[in-house]
Design a protein around this ligand. Structure first.
Ligand SMILES: Cc1cc2nc3c(=O)[nH]c(=O)nc-3n(C[C@H](O)[C@H](O)[C@H](O)COP(=O)(O)OP(=O)(O)OC[C@H]3O[C@@H](n4cnc5c(N)ncnc54)[C@H](O)[C@@H]3O)c2cc1C
Length: 170
């Protein structure tokens, strides 16, 4: 058995590291831990779910744990939140969010790729249920469902990056 490499985060950064490590070392044991339900989805296409161009949100998901296992021999564990690094023991503590239990996993090398969270400015009403942030598939599903269920016509967008540009285009 080769070195055991644990990767925290299973989207662009984490999945790229996992694939690269596999190319460099075919014997390494690679485990990718993702707290959300999806690994390796198309962030860039999230807005197209709102427009209906990508009708089924599952089409935004590019890979799943079975494909990672069968194609690259990489174990991708979803719904697993890394809670703690125990550097002295070279282990991490993981919470299985489905089974609601914690366990430890030892590593030789640990890679952190936990990404970022959208900033929620400290404004009045920011916690209202009609205020959304968009970072992943679950976010865009929630927003899409809300728009349809409530027949929303007017939307204010805060921020001026790729997402806004695409929302205006679609
Ligand atoms: C709508 C939208 C459109 C975009 N379009 C483009 C584009 O066209 N081109 C482009 O280059 N970039 C685009 N981006 C940016 C791109 O998606 C990000 O740069 C990229 O996703 C960053 O990848 P990441 O793996 O570093 O972080 P993330 O995508 O944030 O992934 C990190 C993952 O780590 C997980 N995680 C965090 N903490 C833990 C923990 N303790 N335990 C387990 N898991 C954890 C998170 O759940 C998350 O899924 C877009 C982003 C958005 C939101």
């Amino acid at each position: 058995m080769g070195k055991k490499i644990l990767i925290v985060g299973g989207v662009a950064g984490g999945a790229s590291v996992a694939a690269r490590v596999r190319r460099l070392d075919e014997h390494a044991e690679i485990i990718m831990l993702e707290k959300g339900p999806h690994v390796s989805f198309s962030n860039c296409s999230l807005p197209y779910h709102l427009s209906g161009i990508v009708e089924d949100s599952q089409d935004l998901v590019l890979m799943n744990p079975d494909i990672f296992k069968n194609r690259y021999n990489i174990e991708a564990r979803v719904n697993q939140e890394v809670m703690k690094i125990n550097r002295d023991k070279k282990t991490i503590t993981i919470k299985d969010l489905i089974a609601d239990r914690t366990y430890e996993e030892p590593y030789d090398s640990l890679v952190l790729s936990p990404g970022a969270k959208p900033i929620r400015p400290n404004l009045d009403g920011i916690d209202h249920p009609n205020v959304f942030t968009v970072r992943n598939v679950v976010d865009i599903e929630n927003m899409n469902d809300f728009i349809k269920q409530e027949d929303i016509k007017n939307i204010a967008v805060i921020g001026g990056d790729l997402l806004v540009w695409r929302l205006l285009k679609i």
